[in-house]
Design a protein around this ligand. Structure first.
Ligand SMILES: Cc1cc2nc3c(=O)[nH]c(=O)nc-3n(C[C@H](O)[C@H](O)[C@H](O)COP(=O)(O)OP(=O)(O)OC[C@H]3O[C@@H](n4cnc5c(N)ncnc54)[C@H](O)[C@@H]3O)c2cc1C
Length: 447
């Protein structure tokens, strides 16, 4: 597509702004990304038009007032985004203009990778095989460098709304630096340093061993194809990085897998992937939820994970698995309640990966395990934070304890001041979860 005039536009979508998940750290990150994009464009003598409103109204209106013929955007597999974008396209069409969407947030959309033609995507390993088959047939092309046509006209300037105006609840979370330059720097740093030992260290939350690129990938400040391409180049440059970076690439394909599930059927974001779990008897347990979501379960590793999330808008993957398992197995609280809480606090909050991760942890989803997995929060803590450094960082009232005592402070003669006693005991809670899941496996009883 060739154009002699081009306007770049970002719309702060009122529907998303008014939803529960867009008031805190994620909005701050997005606002920072838009600011940095606007600055980068202005260094090239180009304006980013920033609007706020309902895209179904403001985009066609803008197209009319600027008299442009074609409006383009990148696809989003979420249910609301699809409805919204279809409405924008229809409104453009009715005024004689065209709306054209592109793939950008994944390497392959669901329709391009079909592990089992007529059944929904459900299990990771066949998906992964099919993904690589497709990759061999049609490797993604390197991105083209974008340049502005000469003789560019200036568009009217629009003001960037401030965070309070967008309804942000300003909190103290110290979030990842937003914007393209920061993401590029982070990728380079990861590939050249921690990437080589990613396989061994990625489960150790006290180390800076993972890329921390999830928010940049989520909001497209780093293209996903570039992550794959540069990881492959880094392996070629130094084969000692192979084991680590191949594992990292595998995680990127996990992301593609969850995106494909949503792409195939957007209602799966909030539905049990295994429909028999619609009959699951979840507990209401408001007190349990309150203690879990404020990092006061009494299990230091679980509490450290939640406190990291509240302080930074990020949580290490090992902790996401442990805290999600604790909520859905030890407390038997519906995974959707935990997933909503994550969407409120995570900067990288993404309906596809979040639902996938929660359902994996709750065993209502794509996990192929035969025996119900219930993470033991004490063993997880001893195995993945053996020195207790991660706990010490986020649970200051336990900072004085040694590596021996820190995982089970309640066993000390004097309970550490300020740290609550365990909310539930591990073994009885595990048995209760096994029994509740066994009821689902047995199926509905005869009347
Ligand atoms: C309960 C639960 C909820 C989650 N919610 C989200 C979410 O809302 N948004 C999100 O981006 N990730 C989510 N994840 C996946 C994962 O925890 C994060 O992507 C990862 O911790 C981000 O840190 P990183 O960028 O350092 O990852 P790295 O370890 O460096 O991995 C590189 C990239 O691969 C992708 N990735 C890694 N692990 C996974 C995974 N298990 N599933 C899907 N993609 C993955 C991410 O894009 C990540 O940035 C969730 C996992 C669980 C268990």
């Amino acid at each position: 597509m060739r154009a002699s005039r081009l306007a770049t536009v970002f719309v702060f979508d009122d529907v998303l702004l008014e939803g529960p998940g867009m008031r805190g750290p994620r909005l701050r990150f997005v606002h920072g990304c838009v600011t940095s994009l606007r600055d980068a464009l202005s260094r090239r003598g180009h304006e980013l038009l920033v609007l706020r409103g309902d895209p179904r109204v403001v985009v066609p209106e803008l197209a009319r007032s600027l008299d442009v013929q074609v409006v383009t955007w990148n696809r989003d597999p979420g249910a609301y985004a699809r409805r919204r974008d279809a409405a924008v396209a229809a409104a453009l069409d009715s005024s004689g203009r065209r709306g054209v969407s592109f793939k950008d947030h994944v390497v392959f959309e669901a329709s391009e990778v079909a592990p089992c033609q007529d059944r929904p995507i459900a299990v990771y390993s066949p998906y992964r095989k099919a993904w690589w088959r497709r990759h061999a047939q049609a490797p993604p092309r390197a991105p083209r460098v974008w340049s502005l046509p000469p003789g560019f006209e200036a568009w009217p300037e629009t003001a960037l709304p401030t965070l309070p105006l967008l309804g942000a609840t300003i909190d103290g979370a110290t979030i990842e630096t937003p914007g393209e330059a920061a993401a590029q720097q982070r990728l380079t740093c990861f590939l050249e340093n921690a990437g080589a030992s990613y396989r061994e260290n990625r489960d150790r939350p006290a180390l800076d061993a993972t890329s921390r690129l999830s928010a940049a990938i989520r909001f497209g400040t780093i293209p996903i194809r570039e992550c794959f391409r540069r990881a492959a180049e880094a392996i070629e440059d130094d084969p000692r990085r192979r084991a680590g970076l191949e594992k990292w690439i595998d995680e990127l394909i996990w992301r593609e897998f969850y995106q494909a599930i949503l792409d195939e059927d957007p209602t799966r974001a909030w539905r049990n992937h295994r429909p028999e779990f619609d009959a699951m008897e979840w507990e209401e347990d408001d007190e349990g939820f309150d203690r879990w979501s404020t990092g006061r379960t009494g299990y230091p590793f679980v509490d450290a994970g939640i406190r990291e999330l509240r302080a930074t808008g990020h949580m290490h993957n090992r902790l996401r698995m442990v805290v999600a398992s604790f909520l859905t197995k030890h407390l038997l609280i519906d995974w959707r309640r935990g997933a909503r809480f994550f969407m409120e606090w995570l900067v990288d909050g993404d309906p596809a990966s979040n639902s996938g991760g929660w359902q994996w942890a709750a065993s209502t989803g794509t996990d192929a395990q035969e025996v119900l997995r219930v993470f033991n929060p004490i063993l997880q803590s001893k195995r993945f934070d053996p020195e207790g450094d991660y706990i010490r960082r986020w649970v200051p009232e336990l900072a004085g304890l040694d590596a021996q005592a820190i995982h089970e402070p309640w066993t000390l003669p004097l309970v550490a001041a300020g740290h609550p006693a365990p909310l539930v005991e591990h073994e009885p809670a595990r048995r209760r979860a096994l029994e509740r899941h066994a009821r689902i496996a047995r199926g509905p009883s005869d009347p």
